[in-house]
Design a protein around this ligand. Structure first.
Ligand code: FES
Length: 118
């Protein structure tokens, strides 16, 4: 089941790097996709600390070293692979992960959880 959408070509996202999305089907709930070490991850763009979006400029979700996902608001750091916060005001809380897969060079994301999100 789920609600899979085509988010575009994988090569549109740098490796390592990230890209933010707000597609019509997400009802304005943004998400982002991260590439690192040959893997692709997708998360809702919402910091568990205050609910703020994470990026400090368009598509800038990673810290300077591309080591962690970083929240621009208060600097929380999240593991790329799991979304777990390891430093900052929301330690041990997590970003909301979204199922993601790559097929024929295109990234597909299941946004069903986004539509249901408060
Ligand atoms: S809103 Fe993300 S760390 Fe405070």
């Amino acid at each position: 089941m789920g609600s899979w959408i085509d988010a575009g070509r994988l090569e549109m996202i740098e490796e390592p790097g990230a890209r933010g999305f707000e597609l019509p089907g997400t009802e304005g709930v943004p998400f982002f996709i991260v590439r690192k070490q040959g893997r692709v991850h997708a998360y809702r763009n919402r910091c568990p600390h205050t609910g703020a979006p994470l990026e400090w400029q368009p598509h800038q979700f990673l810290d300077m070293d591309n080591g962690f996902i970083q929240c621009a608001m208060h600097g929380a750091l999240f593991r790329v692979a799991t979304g777990l916060c390891v430093r900052g005001p929301c330690v041990n809380q997590s970003l909301q992960p979204l199922p993601v897969e790559v097929e024929d060079g295109r990234v597909r994301v299941d946004i069903a959880a986004l539509s249901a999100a408060p």
